[in-house]
Design a protein around this ligand. Structure first.
Ligand code: SF4
Ligand code: SF4
Length: 142
């Protein structure tokens, strides 16, 4: 037991359902957020390596960190199935997809402000409950 265990349980039992059924924006739509990936993750999403000459037309930018990329395609991610609203590579999704929109700090759980998880929702209330058990508050931040 511990915060990480409870937090992961919350993600599986509460937050996944919120993403799937209540979120109108979805972070899989690059109009809302950009996606930060490494080279392997980029190839997984695009079905193979992309020639850097084609980066611009696909909305890919090289990030400051070596070997990292930012996808700013202004459309849904290629691995997002709009009919089911599910990720087609869920078990292999990039690290940033796994972590977004939550950042755990010593005294807080930060929710990125692009995510619409709201105070009134049971998932949010449950997160407050878990966080407070471990002396953390919930903060919304860009
Ligand atoms: S924006 Fe937030 S609630 Fe919506 S799909 Fe992404 S993480 Fe889930
Ligand atoms: S890889 Fe999956 S979880 Fe990540 S943005 Fe694309 S569809 Fe969404």
């Amino acid at each position: 037991m511990g915060f990480e265990t409870d937090f992961e349980k919350w993600k599986a039992e509460y937050f996944g359902g919120y993403c799937m059924t209540k979120c109108d924006t979805t972070c899989c739509d690059m109009q809302n957020v950009s996606l930060y990936v490494n080279g392997n993750e980029l190839a997984e999403i695009y079905g193979g390596k992309i020639n850097p000459e084609n980066f611009k037309e696909t909305g890919i930018k090289s990030a400051k960190a070596m070997g990292m990329y930012s996808i700013e395609s202004k459309c849904f991610c290629r691995k997002f199935d709009e009919s089911t609203r599910k990720c087609l590579i869920y078990d292999r999704r990039p690290v940033s997809c796994r972590e977004y929109p939550l950042l755990v700090e010593k005294d807080a759980v930060v929710i990125k402000s692009g995510c619409p998880l709201t105070k009134g929702d049971p998932a949010y209330k449950k997160l407050v409950e878990i966080a407070s058990l471990y002396g953390k508050v919930i903060v919304k931040r860009a």
